[in-house]
Write a protein that binds this ligand. Structure first.
Ligand code: XIL
Length: 340
């Protein structure tokens, strides 16, 4: 067992798969390596479960903790899938990253914009309090708000902004903090990995929230990337967020390839995975790198980006791709070197 393994390792139930190295055994002790978890495969596929346990020391529920799935009808919560994810993580010495309390794309259909402001505010408060309280002490970090920015860096036009005004963001963080004072609270977004207008807007927002004493502890960079485009100065960008006194994390890394796949594209993809890992490891407050799924079987890419696929580090037969090897090589070459 590598020295970077957490003490909880003794609680493993699933032995690591032989044949290729486990990322979790190679990570520096203070940085987690995670994957999004597909609830269906977790319940049905033993090979999926065992590789997930072997490779990662953190997990994020890909969909199970989203509001739309947790509360299908008013006041009626279905915890079955999210509890399964937490249970699996605990059994395998993995930390759970909570995703997400508030996302414009996952508002239950029964929530109506015609309701008065106070009713909507109270509904949001209750939702956040209910979910965070249930998992108090079991979830190390929450994406409190997800994708609240527009492409130009201003606040996204959403039900929450229209009904509650910009203060809903600070409220959400305060309610989450009350419900679990020990959880790390993140603001998460996409298209902010590199320097640009949206990242500038996020930087301004985080600075304002921190100055107002809002308990924002970290910034998550989703990192849904294309194989042929690296973000503009990802390391420098992460550093300017860290300089605000917050943690940073790569929260949803995947690198989609325009089909058909070929060897050169797989190599470019591998380099981009490695590049994002390096960017995180170059920032002393980068807490984790999470892959948005680890096998091409379960990736969201083919259904959301027609013509693209093969975005993960394992293929659809759960065999490692060059991207997995690149991560392993990067980590192996750093073993014994002090964090940057
Ligand atoms: C995606 C899931 O991967 C899909 O299965 C689901 O259909 C839609 O949501 N940004 C996020 C994630 O914050 O929650 C999204 O996950 C991907 C984009």
């Amino acid at each position: 067992m590598g020295q970077a393994e957490p003490a909880t390792e003794s609680s493993w139930q699933t032995p690591p798969t032989p044949g290729w190295p486990a990322l979790r055994g190679l990570m520096p002790a203070n940085v987690r390596i995670g994957s999004a978890v597909d609830g269906k495969l977790l319940a049905t596929d033993e090979r999926y479960r065992s590789e997930l346990a072997a490779q990662f020391n953190a997990v994020t529920a890909e969909n199970a903790m989203k509001w739309v799935n947790l509360e299908p009808s008013p006041g009626v919560y279905d915890w079955s899938e999210s509890d399964q994810v937490v249970k699996f993580a605990q059994a395998n010495g993995q930390a759970v990253y909570g995703h997400t309390l508030l996302w414009h794309s996952s508002v239950p259909a029964w929530v109506s914009e015609s309701w008065p402001r106070e009713r909507i505010r109270e509904l949001l408060r209750q939702h956040i309090t209910t979910v965070v309280s249930r998992y108090r002490g079991k979830i190390w970090a929450w994406d409190v708000v997800n994708e609240v920015l527009a492409e130009d860096g201003s606040l996204r036009d959403s039900l929450w902004l229209r009904k509650l005004g910009p203060g809903y963001i600070a409220d959400a963080f305060r309610w989450a903090h009350e419900a679990d004072p020990d959880a790390r609270l993140f603001i998460n977004d996409y298209g902010t990995e590199g320097r640009g207008r949206k990242a500038n807007g996020l930087l301004r927002l985080v600075r304002e929230l921190r100055m107002a004493g809002v308990p924002v502890h970290g910034v998550g960079f989703q990192s849904h990337l294309r194989w042929d485009r690296a973000p503009e100065d990802a390391t420098g960008n992460l550093r300017r967020f860290a300089a605000l006194g917050v943690s940073v994390a790569i929260t949803e890394l995947d690198v989609r390839i325009q089909l058909p796949v070929d060897a050169e594209k797989l190599l470019d993809q591998a380099l981009l995975y490695q590049h994002m890992l390096k960017a995180c490891l170059a920032v002393s407050t980068c807490e984790s790198v999470t892959l948005w799924g680890f096998t091409d079987t379960s990736s969201w890419i083919s259904s959301h980006y027609p013509g693209f696929g093969a975005a993960c580090v394992f293929d659809s037969d759960i065999r490692p791709k060059p991207a997995h090897e690149a991560l392993v090589q990067e980590l192996t070459s750093r073993r014994g070197t002090p964090p940057g």
